[in-house]
Design a protein around this ligand. Sequence first.
Ligand SMILES: [Zn+2]
Length: 192
Amino acid sequence: MRKILLAGLVAGTATPALAHTGIGSADGFPHGFAHPFLGLDHVLAMVTVGLLAAQLGGRASWLVPGTFLTLMVAGGALGAAGLPLPFVETGIGLSVVAFGAAVALGLRMPVAAACALVGLFALFHGHAHGTEMPETASGLGYGAGFVLATAILHAVGLGAGLAAGRLASGTPLRLAGGLAALGGVAILAGAW
Ligand SMILES: [Zn+2]
């Protein structure tokens, strides 16, 4: 895990991460709702949070996505308030690698550790957009759409993860995590 994270970190710092160029308009509910679905980095990270929640099961199945959503909103608020957060793009790419690796390795981490992991990276997902949101009703609409879309992606991952977790002692779920981690490495390498 640490090795994978380090590899991702090296890849992320070696190339300028431009995964979020062409973000588009940051106002209104429709734009906010569409954005997480349009960025491979968000989709992979948010679905993989659902996979991780399904894999851990029990309280984690709602606490892990709930923590991501909460800290993403907090990150957005920090961004909107103008607080700088370094390496936002790298953090988003790295989140995909970290979540994917956790699922691929089938880490039986405590719920608190899983929440800390997803919460930390959720700050980056929120911050990237808080900075560009207009401080108006349309900015709030954008945020609401963004949060709803994120919750849907979590639910998709959770549903798929619960279904896959029952198959072949969870191997398909771990494979999906591995693929997500590889996708994250590609994002960090600037392939997307
Ligand atoms: Zn984005």
